[in-house]
Design a protein around this ligand. Structure first.
Ligand code: P6P
Length: 346
């Protein structure tokens, strides 16, 4: 007799709504506005998951024929995901402004709606180069408080170090759609129950193993890397007979959300270092809506996140779309590769 697939028992299972109410009422970790913000973002991610999941049937694959401030060709789903998040968050009264990878400047809350105390900054669809080939993509978001007394937040209001984040999370649109969230007290994962139409808590307090034998990096850039980066990777590639005395495995999805999710689930490192090609830009990944939210999540799960020299969350942003090198994941490996960079810098 085949075992029946375990259905999520709606009585025993904890929905995202119930989890957030308990975080607000029982633990006073969040207030009603932040609870509403997270629920609204989660609902928007459900809509994005539907659009992504339609693939070629949804008529939204391929290029939108426009470029964003990054100089990247926008996919139709980039623009659609951005619009979904804007529309979902404008009217609730919980935000003072929004900012996005896909928009040059912050998006003000229309005057017809009340404003709130929070700023939301997001990458609406990270890894979008993978959409047309059906590889996992995701949404990354970060929540900051609007500085006191600022009525009309401009770019400057967003330029806060990552330690100021009150929440951060990502949705990964993979074989299942998951929402991974931190409110500053651990990292928790929710899986979208498509029949119930709601996110159900499936893992509490995720922890990243301090040691790992798995690394994620785009090896095609090896010839462009700085010496400490080449030293670190060459030691991993040398395996058992090399200085590390162990064999290592490599992954690279080219969707930060997918690579980070794997690390949250089973350990590992994700590295996008400075290289000669992107040195003048300061790096590949964006600080405010990729590096910072992922760094908060990784640290909350017991991992580490640096730019090769200093803690990512301590960096004071100079501009909305600022880029940084990213080294994150299993603590002992990130400590080692960061030590190599600091040694070289001395
Ligand atoms: P490369 C996707 O465009 C992204 O911003 C991250 O999600 C991903 O990790 C990285 O860029 C991939 O970069 O140079 O390997 O295409």
């Amino acid at each position: 007799m085949n075992a029946k697939p375990a259905k999520s028992d709606p009585i025993k299972s904890v929905s995202l709504t119930r989890f957030l109410i308990e975080e607000q009422r029982d633990k006073q970790h969040i207030n009603a506005d932040l609870r509403l913000l997270i629920e609204v973002v989660a609902r928007a991610c459900k809509s994005i998951s539907l659009a992504v999941g339609r693939g070629a049937l949804g008529g939204v694959l391929g290029s939108a024929g426009t470029e964003n401030i990054q100089g990247e060709v926008q996919k139709k789903l980039d623009v659609l995901s951005n619009d979904i998040l804007l529309e979902a968050n404008e009217w609730g009264g919980h935000l003072a402004a929004l900012a996005s990878e896909e928009m040059d400047d912050p998006h003000p809350i229309p005057h017809r709606y009340p404003k709130g105390e929070y700023l939301l900054v997001f990458d609406p669809l990270d890894g979008s180069s993978n959409i047309d080939v059906n590889i996992s993509v995701g949404t990354i978001f970060s929540v900051l408080r609007c500085p006191a007394g600022v009525q009309d937040p401009d770019e400057k209001a967003f330029l806060q170090p990552g330690t100021q984040q009150v929440a951060a999370g990502y949705a990964v649109y993979g074989s299942s759609t998951m929402l991974v969230l931190t409110l500053g007290d651990g990292v928790h994962a929710f899986t979208l129950d498509r029949e119930l139409g709601s996110f159900v808590l499936t893992q509490r307090n995720l922890r990243i193993a301090e040691d790992t034998r798995e690394f994620a990096i785009n090896m095609s850039n090896l010839r462009h890397w700085e010496a400490p980066m080449r030293r670190y990777i060459e030691e991993l590639l040398a395996g058992k007979t090399g200085p590390r005395g162990a064999d290592f495995n490599m992954r690279w999805v080219a969707s930060m959300v997918a690579d980070v999710h794997r690390i949250i689930c089973r350990g590992g490192t994700f590295i996008y270092p400075l290289d000669a090609k992107i040195k003048d830009k300061g790096g590949k990944l964006r600080l405010l809506y990729e590096a910072n939210p992922m760094a908060l999540i990784v640290e909350q799960a017991g991992g580490m996140a640096t730019n090769g020299l200093t803690r990512i969350l301590d960096i004071v942003p100079q501009s909305l779309h600022q880029r940084v090198p990213v080294f994150l994941g299993s603590k002992n490996e990130i400590e080692r590769v960061t030590a190599y960079h600091r040694e070289a810098a001395r």
